[in-house]
Design a protein around this ligand. Structure first.
Ligand code: HEM
Ligand SMILES: [Cu+2]
Length: 550
């Protein structure tokens, strides 16, 4: 196992907690200077604070759900409250946390640094994306708390359009959030095409940038479909046009097609950025270039493209023809092949690498391990004959949490620990970081592995009462969820502490060859004292690095 390079700054005594002079952090210390900034780094940091708050809220809803599921009979909540809680949890975790999680925070912060640019192509638009996110989040949360929305995050019709439950404010909120996502996507696509520094050819841009690029294409193409769908549900619920109501000649299955035509590609908006983080961290902690750059780029674009043709696998039991079900099944498995190419490329890069065990690396190892299982359970669910048995059971709940939590969330926390020193110029206690990461990975397995068994035994999702024989597995799952909660609490505490009292970090504490480490920590407002010339491949560890961290 390799020791990390001595971080030259860590030998200097901390200077009264003041970060190096003239970083982006101390260009204006008033709240107003932050609220009116056009700096991608500050906007990234404000998004980070916002999505972490949403994750905390979504996590509390999850723990309340798990608490109720300790007992087979109703204990803390009634059925209506349980339905409202999983709606709150699902909507918060999907639209307020995971979709913006990596692109708007680390994407925003790192993209210009990785492209050798001063900022994104449209700085004002970037700030507008943040305000739209805040406004959309407020309207969505107000709608759910005030209206008591209990439809689940899928808003299936005709229940969402004919029942007395209030869905309109929530739909409006998610509609606004969609525009924040679209504007961010446009900004990232144009920046990748037009702001690259000299010498930075497409064959050289970091793999994280490729995944943000692929994600942005999905965001720009798929999100308008969600906007139209939500508008139609709003019209149906508000004016009774009956588009999705069979009693008035409408078709509720049409809603499912429209909803999943967006929501399945949306799962790649939630996983592709994480895959990009893993490609960066695998190279940094194995001190090796990726074993195949082309394999990662092609599989990224492959997932983004084929992902648009698989939505029907959510509707195998909605009266689909055998041909359609077969076609959607095969296309879904094609996505699994691209995912397998990534897992193979990461593992061959790690093979014979000089691995440094750090907190970010533990999250990467967890990501690869859990994505493998999450992916394999996805292949099984894409097989129509088996899915008829597992549809709408805890097997499905386990499957998507393996991908959304086991993979995406691990990548998010890996990225947070990896780029924390660059963003804030401070180190966090590595030992505690590794311990918390291990706790999170095992807490995750204890929470969601039992749910595969529950689902296979017939436990339906969204039920809050169940036959007694399921109790041991539910209790194990809740115990695991508490470990997860405890792990996230420890992380919140030591990162908050490190912001003020952590060791001052040097420019490149990991000895990484990522281009973003060519600038000081934290970076100056304009990113580089002099724009680097990109003469080498990113993560090329074969050439000695002169003045790295200049
Ligand atoms: C961190 C720990 C988490 C725990 C312990 C957890 C737990 C749960 C539980 C108990 C349910 C309800 C299952 C049911 O009654 O059917 C649920 C549903 C769900 N979770 Fe999580 N969850 C976590 C994280 C996440 C994350 C990060 C996402 C991100 C996308 C997410 C997305 C969802 C969705 C979409 C549903 C379905 C809600 C519905 O049925 O409408 N969860 N989760
Ligand atoms: Cu899907």
């Amino acid at each position: 196992m390799r020791q990390l390079p001595a971080d030259e700054a860590s030998h200097q005594p901390p200077r009264d907690g003041v970060a190096p002079a003239h970083s982006y952090l101390d260009h204006g210390t008033t709240v107003w200077s932050w609220l009116t900034t056009k700096d991608h780094k500050r906007i990234g940091v404000m998004f980070l604070g916002s999505v972490l708050l949403m994750f905390f809220m979504g996590g509390v809803f999850a723990l309340l759900l798990r608490l109720e599921l300790l007992q087979p009979q109703p204990s803390f909540f009634d059925g209506l409250t349980y339905n409202r809680l999983f709606t709150l949890h699902g909507v918060t975790m999907v639209w307020l946390f995971l979709i913006p999680s990596i692109p708007t925070t680390f994407g925003n912060f790192c993209l210009p640094l990785m492209l050798g640019a001063k900022d994104l192509a449209f700085p004002r638009l970037n700030l507008a994306s943040l305000y739209l996110y805040w406004f959309g989040a407020l309207v969505t949360l107000f709608g759910m708390f005030q209206g008591g929305t209990d439809t689940g995050w899928t808003f299936y019709t005709p229940y969402s359009t004919t029942s007395s439950v209030e869905v309109l404010p929530v739909l409006v909120g998610i509609f606004i959030l969609g525009f924040s996502t679209i504007l961010t996507g446009v900004n990232f696509i144009v920046s990748t095409h037009l702001t690259r520094a000299k010498g930075l050819t497409w064959r050289r841009i970091p793999l994280f940038v490729w995944t943000i690029y692929g994600t942005s294409i999905i965001q720009v193409l798929a999100t308008p479909v969600l906007a139209i769908t939500l508008a139609l549900v709003g019209l149906d619920a508000g004016f009774g046009i009956g588009l999705f109501d069979p009693q008035r000649g409408g078709d509720p299955v049409l809603y499912q097609h429209l909803f999943w035509f967006y929501s399945h590609p949306a799962v790649y908006i939630m996983i592709l950025p994480g895959m990009g983080v893993v490609s960066e961290l695998v190279c940094a902690f194995a001190r090796k270039n990726i074993s195949s750059y082309a394999a990662i780029v092609i599989s990224t674009l492959g997932i983004a493209f084929v992902g648009f043709f698989t939505w029907g696998h959510h509707m195998f039991v909605a009266g689909q023809s055998v041909f359609d079900a077969g076609a959607f099944g095969v296309l879904s498995m094609l996505v699994a092949i691209f995912t397998a190419v990534k897992i193979l490329t990461w593992t061959t890069t790690l093979y014979r690498g000089s691995i440094a065990i750090t907190a970010p690396f533990v999250y990467v190892a967890g990501f690869i391990f859990l994505l493998f299982f999450g992916g394999m359970s996805g292949v099984a669910l894409a097989t129509t004959s088996i899915d008829i048995h597992w549809h709408d059971t805890y097997f499905v709940v386990a499957h998507f949490h393996f991908i959304m939590v086991g993979a995406s969330l691990m990548a998010f926390f890996g990225a947070l620990h990896y780029w924390f020193p660059k963003m804030f110029g401070r180190r966090y206690p590595e030992g505690l970081g590794i311990g918390a990461a291990v706790l999170i990975v095992f807490g995750f397995i204890a929470t969601f592995l039992p749910q595969f068994l529950l689902g296979n035994a017939g436990m339906p999702r969204r039920y809050f009462t169940y036959p007694e024989q399921y109790q041991p597995l539910h209790v194990t799952s809740t115990a695991g969820a508490s470990l997860l909660g405890f792990g996230f609490l420890i992380i919140a505490l030591y990162l908050a502490w490190s912001l003020r009292w952590g060791k001052v970090s040097g420019a490149n504490p990991w000895g990484s060859r990522g281009y973003e480490w060519l600038t000081p920590s934290p970076p100056p407002l304009h990113n580089f004292h002099e724009v680097p010339t990109f003469e080498r491949d990113v993560h090329d560890y074969t050439v000695p690095e002169a003045g790295h961290g200049a």
